[in-house]
Design a protein around this ligand. Structure first.
Ligand SMILES: [Zn+2]
Length: 289
């Protein structure tokens, strides 16, 4: 049996082909490379799977090497594909594989699917004609770091004005502070906005405006027929964002607007593991055919 494994900053999540799910807490060992790799190897090998899809948060090459993982720095430089002996393992970026899972399980009719995940950071994934688009080396769709405000706010990557600097948990928190709101988490801001607090509502409005700027850029560059929104921050704000699809269509050219549909992911916190499972299932059928 196959399984998908998603290595994030707090948990390793596992989804088996028969629907079984597991969560392994790793936040306490994630800065200890030796213990972390031992744990990942154990989780991957456990149950003697026929093959494993492995999603990793960070810049991961198509061959399975982690170049840089801002969330899990102890994985920097690790060749993940070489760790597991004879078990076939296919490695990829968590959001890219998450996008593949969206296509594989929910949107097979989509020709160009874009996933935008907004949580601690902002990640993107792209599936074209049923294949995950990886770029030349595996790092395509780092759309969180495309500039939407020249010389704008600082981003976690060290650059200024990135989309993520506005549309992420820390981006929303900063916007709220700049409007005179007191220190609060993204969840607290969402909650205050739904209670009608003025500064929180204003912060959500500014966040939404930046979200639409980035999405318009994505639409004009890629002409997707499906944009899927995901991630904890967007989930938390969902009820406050209004008609995003309608407003996005009004901002872009008529032709890319014609085929565009926008929806929220239904896959929840196992999105990466589900995508990793879909990825290894499709790879293994490629090997067999
Ligand atoms: Zn950035």
């Amino acid at each position: 049996m196959f399984k998908g494994v998603d290595v994030g900053g707090t948990f390793i999540k596992v989804l088996w082909e028969d629907g079984r799910r597991e969560k392994h807490y790793i936040k306490d060992i994630k800065h200890d490379r030796g213990r972390l790799l031992t744990k990942i190897t154990e989780v991957v090998r456990e149950g003697n799977p026929s093959g494993v899809g492995l999603a990793v948060a960070g810049f991961t090459s198509a061959e399975g090497k982690v170049f840089r993982s801002p969330n899990i720095p102890s994985l920097d430089g690790v060749d993940m594909a070489g760790l597991f002996g004879d078990i076939p393992v296919a490695v990829g970026n968590d959001v890219t594989l998450g996008a593949y899972g969206e296509w594989f399980y929910d949107y097979r009719d989509s020709k160009v699917l874009v996933l935008v995940a907004v949580g601690t950071g902002l990640g993107g994934g792209l599936v074209v004609d049923g294949k995950p688009f990886l770029g030349a080396g595996g790092s395509a769709m780092e759309i969180g770091h495309h500039t939407i405000v020249e010389g704008g706010a600082f981003c976690s990557c060290g650059r200024k004005g990135c989309w993520e600097a506005y549309c992420s948990s820390y981006g929303l928190e900063r916007i709220y502070r700049e409007l005179g709101g007191e220190e609060a988490t993204d969840r607290e801001i969402a909650e205050r906005a739904s209670r009608g607090e003025e500064k929180a509502l204003e912060a959500v409005k500014v966040f939404r405006e930046h979200l639409l700027v980035g999405l318009s850029n994505v639409v004009h560059i890629l002409n997707p027929d499906r944009i899927v929104l995901a991630g904890g921050v967007l989930e938390g704000l969902k009820a406050l964002l209004g008609d995003l699809e309608g407003d996005l269509k009004e901002r872009v050219e008529d032709l890319p607007a014609r085929d565009l549909k926008l929806s929220f992911s239904r896959s929840g916190e196992f999105m990466g593991a589900r995508g990793a499972l879909a990825f290894i299932l499709s790879k293994s059928s490629e090997y067999m055919s």
